[in-house]
Design a protein around this ligand. Sequence first.
Ligand code: BEZ
Ligand code: FE
Length: 307
Amino acid sequence: MTTDATGTTTGTTGSGTTASGPVAPESTVTDEAVGSLAGTADPRLRDLLTGLVRHLHAFARETRLTQEEWEKAVAFLTRTGQTCTDTRQEFILLSDVLGLSMLVETINGDRAAGATESTVLGPFHMTESPARELGADIDLVGGGEPCVVSGRVLSRDGTPLPGAVIDVWQADGNGFYDVQRPDVQPPGNGRGLFTADAEGRFWFRTCVPSPYPIPTDGPVGGLLRATGRHPYRPAHVHFIASAEGHVPVTTHIFVAGTDYLDSDAVFAVKPSLVKDFARTDDPSLAGEFGVENPFRHARFDLVLERS
Ligand code: BEZ
Ligand code: FE
């Protein structure tokens, strides 16, 4: 009998028997666990669970996982769950720092050429963004360098998408989301839900985001410290753009030149998403946007694929 990397046994199999009953030796327990899933009514669920069991077993075999290590892993996952609240998602954070979120995103986010590339959702899109008028300032507390973000929502053939909805969220000038600092930021700070105008245009005011550390006061922070990794993300603004008849895109724009573009703690940077927040000296444009001149200005289009 032989066992491959995922624990699949071939040839003669059979559980041993002891005085206290049958045992599942290392060589057969994987087959037995997989076999126990045969009655799963949903075929996709059966495939997913089968793959999970096979790969978990292969991992334990390959690493010769000890009982003590298994207990530590269970305690770590327990703490991860216990750290989750209505405003904190430590499991998404764990998936992010292990690169799993970005892998799943990449597997599923295969966009046709010309469409805006997607990237991770992250754990801070957990409250509903307040609907705001085009041109509104989402920086309710000030403190960062003022800027304007503007562009159009387009179909891939260049047709503007009036009425497209653009959900925006970002950390404040100190690198914290409203939900992390409810004592100093009002709910909805750094967030806005905008509707593109008749020509598919959107624009809003905000502050230039800064790089920030992902939360490190929980189990994921412990994991980063144990592995000698820094917790920083390059400066960015999050978007979800959606329009009728089109596939929504979840993405960010990253500030060109920001630190950590090449070492994002959650592996989410794609070169096409790095945008210039250009220093702009144009009194008439500043007047149109209602900002003081000179100002920083990020321009980019959100291009959606037809569904
Ligand atoms: C964020 O950009 O909000 C984020 C993404 C992944 C992990 C932590 C934060
Ligand atoms: Fe973020």
